[in-house]
Design a protein. Sequence first.
Length: 115
Amino acid sequence: QVQLVESGGGLVQPGGSLRLSCAASGFAFSSYTMGWFRQPPGKEREFVATINWSASTKNYADSAKGRFTISRDNAKNTVYLQMNSLKPDDTAVYYCNTAPNMFSWGKGTLVTVSS
């Protein structure tokens, strides 16, 4: 059974940082490109960043470039998203999945950027 469990969200002030984690199980994690996606309140889910199986290729949404860093640890079946210089517009529920999306979405982790 495939599981994607996101964690690390919370309330942070503008300009602050958070590190999100996604623990994956039930599939050959190290063979897949993984991605982070987010759904702002009242909006559609959107792409944030992807990382290929070897971490040699990373892609970012324009909104994430220069502020967010995606990484992975294949030994731990975990993908990370380091988020710096957070803005109120980054407020969203953050999800991980393969890219393209092949599995059911997890519960996500809520990031709230507010003073």
